[in-house]
Design a binder for this molecule. Structure first.
Ligand code: NAD
Ligand code: 6OD
Length: 499
């Protein structure tokens, strides 16, 4: 593979110190850690590590700001603020793109069209939703003949703790920050230690537009026994919303149990794609290519299990192999790159351990399973090649456990009932996609799949008004549209006798 020297390499940037944003000020602390480029291992920035005292200050600042005014602003005022935040991101769009690409190594086009664009859309969508939110209303006729009306009012929860992962940093961070602020809460938010850059830029935007101090607080740091855990254990938090691994969700659930805090969890998955023989073949191959390899497979919605109806199985495997081998793996600063590295050397170790395990479990490696070599600085990065396996039993660990890399296992199936059973036989239940030209079949199968999201002839098309979340180990609760408005507020039913 060639390495073009055009473009801006993360390696050439001056390391900066990324600070916390607490009570309207950027503050450092005693400790800091390295933010390394997954493209070539170079130092991007030093990042402050919040200790318990910093987390405490952030929670107290959020509480004070919530009581001092944010909690009593009108929905229309908050909607205006959210649009101003969106405008602020838009004004620094290319800074956000550069920061996201430096932290993750993803292709520039993805950062522009998905990550940063969605960050803006999250603020605009929840601004519009909160402005137009309506209440429930019921007329009641009691047994004694009296008449009453019921209506529901919403109050903010108070202070919301937000913890987000590294795979879609800006998209997932703002997906929580926007609705939390829209509903009148103040937030203390912690991005992943792997991807602190866009969250820091967002704090700069909040500062530049003059958002009242304490409304948005940013803390950096690690998870267990560090900033993340200090936040979840803090008694001043009213709710935690978390996106990340299922076992982290379990640890957070224990941490918040004593305080009986509200929680919303978007967790891991082992998603399936089902391709029926009647599918539009080319569309299905293209769809599964996207659903398995987008963002190097580091999207919680990616399909790592692909089931293909037997008559087209061999043809489908061959076609997907050709497409996977045409993916251009490399630096985001290189023209034509369609897949960047994994997020870190540590995560690559995990993915490579599954590559080895697949062989031990008896897989046929159709393509990939390797670390590409470049003969330049990218060899210090965290690249792997797009990988396809076949031949594993449904019970294999590589078919049941989330790898979170550019990999899928393809298996044949013979009947609709059989494939529904196999898709549902999973500890996870986040998403599935079905490829068929028989739409009644699409509806019928979708209704029987035990996941929070099912796409038919599509993948990762998002209408932000729809519920988003998973069943089983994939999560707890739903966010999106009115489901976010519900999670980020307390509902009070007011019942009034009128006659
Ligand atoms: P992770 O669980 O390791 O970390 C996520 C965040 O939690 C980070 O900010 C981390 O610092 C923090 N954290 C870790 N341990 C903690 C603890 N004990 N207490 C408090 N905070 C803690 O997840 P990750 O590796 O960053 O992300 C990848 C995982 O996220 C995958 O499993 C993926 O499927 C999942 N994910 C799910 C969704 C979804 O919508 N369902 C979306 C994106 C990612
Ligand atoms: O699109 C979204 O709203 C969302 N929460 C996507 C999650 C992707 C997981 O990696």
């Amino acid at each position: 593979m060639t390495f073009e020297t055009t473009g801006t390499s993360a390696a050439r940037r001056e390391p900066r110190l990324l600070r916390h944003y607490i009570d309207g000020e950027f503050v450092a602390g005693a400790a800091a850690f390295d933010d390394l480029s997954p493209v070539d291992g170079s130092l991007i920035a030093r990042v402050c590590e919040a200790d318990a005292a910093a987390v405490d200050r952030a929670v107290l600042a959020a509480r004070a700001a919530q009581r001092a005014g944010w909690g009593t602003t009108t929905p229309a005022q908050r909607a205006d603020w959210l649009h101003r935040i969106a405008d602020g991101i838009q004004a620094r769009f290319e800074d956000f793109v550069a920061a996201e690409v430096a932290d993750t190594g993803r292709p520039l086009v993805q950062a522009r069209t998905l990550d940063i664009a969605r960050g803006i859309a999250n603020f605009r969508t929840f601004a519009d939703l909160v402005r137009t939110a309506h209440s429930e209303f019921f007329e009641t006729h009691a047994a004694d003949g009296s008449e009453l009306i019921n209506y529901v009012t919403r109050k903010p929860l108070g202070v919301v703790g937000i913890i987000s992962p590294w795979n879609l940093p800006m998209l997932l961070f703002t997906w929580k920050v926007a609705p939390a602020l829209a509903m009148g809460n103040c937030v203390v938010a912690k991005p992943s230690e792997e991807t602190p850059a866009t969250a820091t830029l967002l704090a700069e935007v909040m500062h530049e537009i003059g958002l009242p101090r304490g409304v948005f607080n940013l803390i950096h740091g690690h998870g267990p026994n560090a900033a993340g855990e200090f936040l979840t254990r803090h008694q001043g938090i009213d709710a935690i919303t978390f996106t990340g691994e299922s076992r982290t969700g379990s640890a957070i659930m224990k941490a918040v149990a004593d305080g009986v805090k509200d929680i919303s969890f978007e967790l891991g998955g082992k998603n399936a794609a089902v391709v029926f023989a009647d599918a539009d073949f080319d569309a299905a191959v293209e769809g599964v290519l996207k659903s398995s390899f987008t963002n190097a497979g580091q999207v919680c919605l990616c399909s790592e299990r692909v089931y293909v109806e037997r008559p087209i199985f061999e043809r489908f495997v061959a076609a997907l192999k050709d497409k996977a081998e045409a993916i251009k793996v490399g630096s985001p600063y290189e023209e034509g790159t369609t897949m960047g590295p994994l997020i870190s050397q540590g995560h690559r170790e995990k993915v490579l351990s599954y590559f080895r395990l697949a062989v031990e479990e008896g897989a046929t490696v159709v393509t990939g399973g390797k670390v590409p070599t470049f003969g330049d600085a990218r060899d210090q990065g965290a690249f792997v090649s797009p990988t396809i396996w076949t031949g594993l039993p449904d019970t294999a660990r590589c078919v049941t456990e989330e790898v979170f890399g550019p990999v899928c296992h393809i298996a044949p199936f013979d009947s609709e009932d059989e494939v529904i059973g196999r898709v549902n036989d999973s500890a996870y239940g986040l998403a599935a996609s079905i490829w068929t030209t028989r739409l009644e079949r699409g509806h019928r199968v979708a209704r029987q799949i035990e996941t929070g999201i099912v796409w038919v002839n599509a993948w990762f098309v998002r209408d932000l008004r729809t519920p988003f979340g998973g069943t089983k180990l994939s999560g707890l609760g739903r966010e999106g549209g009115r489901h976010s408005l519900d999670f980020y507020s307390e509902l009070t039913n007011v019942c009034v006798r009128i006659a």
